[in-house]
Structures are given as C-alpha cells and as structure tokens.
Design a protein around this ligand. Sequence first.
Ligand SMILES: C[S@@+](CC[C@H](N)C(=O)[O-])C[C@H]1O[C@@H](n2cnc3c(N)ncnc32)[C@H](O)[C@@H]1O
Length: 278
Amino acid sequence: MTTELFNDIQHDDACLQQLGQMIADFCGLYYLDNLSLLASKVSNRLSTLNMTLEAYTEFLARNPQEWNHLVELITNNETYFFREESQLNELCSVILPQFRHKSRIRIWSAACSTGEEPYSLAMTIAESGIVPLESIHIIATDINGKVLHIANRGWYHKNSLCFRRTPEEMLAKYFFPQEEGFQIKSDIKDRVEFRLSNLLQDEEMAADEPFDVIFCRNVLIYFNSGTTRRVISKFYDRLNPGGYLFLGHAETITGMNTNFETINGQATFYYRKRNADS
Ligand SMILES: C[S@@+](CC[C@H](N)C(=O)[O-])C[C@H]1O[C@@H](n2cnc3c(N)ncnc32)[C@H](O)[C@@H]1O
C-alpha cells in the first residue's frame, strides 16, 4: 500500500467513523475510540480491492460476505492452552461435583479462537476424573472462520506460543507428535463441537438446549459497556438456573446490576445465575 493511500484513509475521519460504527453494530468490536488502529487494520484490504474507504463502506453494506474478510482483520485471536488455569481448576474442584448427577454437562466456550480454550477445558476435566469425559459436550464458537478452521483441525506447531503454559505431562498424555507439531487426541477432540457464530447475532444458539457453564474470556474487553450488557443478558438467558459464567480476569460485570451473584474462588472469581425466585 502506498503512503499516500494510508494517509488518505487516516484522514478520512467521517468514513472511518462510519466503518467503526458498522463494525460495532455488527460484532461489538469497538474501534470508535481508536480510528487510527482501524485504519491500519483495513488499509491492506482497501489496497487489494483498490477502493477508497468511502467505496469500501458502501461495498460492505451491499456485500455481507465481505464481513468474513473484515472480521479476520479486526479480531485479536491471542490465546493459549491452560490460560487462567485457576478458573479451569475451579470448574473441576467446585462446579463439576455439583453436576455429577447429570448424564450430559453442556459447556459453551464463546469466542474460542483457535481452540486452545475448549481443548484445555476437556483436558482438565479428563485429568480430574470427577465426571466421565463422555458426559461432557463443549460447544465452541467464534466469529472468525479462519481461526475455527485451525481449531477444528486440532494441530498446533511445536514452536507455537500456544504451548507456553502447557505442562509436559499434559502434552504427552493428550497430544501426539505429528509432523512439526502436536495433534490433539481424538478422545479430547470428540468432546468439542466448533461452530461459526457471532455473539451479537446468534439466534441459532437460543434455540439450542441451555448450558451449565459458559466461558467467555478476553473478548468483552473489546466491547463497550452497552454491548457487554447485551451479551451478558444473553448468557443469563442461555444458562440453566444455578449455571456458571467465567469471564477473563480483566473483565467484570460487578456493578452492572445483573442477576448473577459473584463467587470468589481460589485465586479467581466468576458468576452464578441466581434462580428466578432467589
Ligand atoms: C483474544 S481471543 C480470546 C480466546 C479465548 N477465549 C481466550 O481467552 O484465550 C478473542 C476472540 O473473540 C472473537 N470474537 C470477537 N468478536 C466476536 C463476536 N462478536 N462473536 C464471536 N466471537 C468474537 C475473536 O474472533 C477472537 O478469536
């Protein structure tokens, strides 16, 4: 891309503002307070399409499939195995024993990126032995089709930073070496179902059975408070009474006046859906 084109984009404030608003409305990602970052993210795409920013916003409005490209440019997909491990441990030591009587435990890993989160959940549960692994059904969703493709494959390069917190014994037990990396074993992989889904437009998830636990970590930080409220209220509706919600450590809904109670666990906190009458 030429410096000239980049400067044009940077200075087209009204169009950047319009694109930022379209993105916030579509998927919640809030670039309206950092338009120069948005300009840097979309500039190569504009140069590939040979379009001005104004032409691109019109093109996007008329071609919904362009969102698939744009989403790949504007999402941050950083993740790794066993992230915020205290939450995984809390799930196994405190929450799963409450669900022992259930033949099927449903967990939603919302905004799962390349799959490290749902696979870490399945591995930690398998390791705990608290419930049979076969009783676990993890639905893992993301808006970005490219990362879901990687997640679905379940193969990760041996030098990838995704292994930075993976204990050697877990690597040896739940992966097998393949080519230049490691492949998740099928008993873990089979517990996870990946789906392309936008947290702001996922009516199909509402038609599904409710969940016992939802993990939605490190995505609400990119939303504004209005969108966060909307997504949290959706999680509330999609949980069984007494179900649990885990957010990232930098994310909190305390003070939002929701019907979740905050649970202080071992080195972490999370939320529990109150029963309708409590
Ligand atoms: C930083 S990653 C977090 C991955 C994982 N939850 C973790 O904590 O390691 C954020 C993910 O949120 C996804 N995302 C952003 N907006 C979304 C939306 N509206 N619906 C679904 N996924 C979204 C991105 O594609 C990205 O993969």
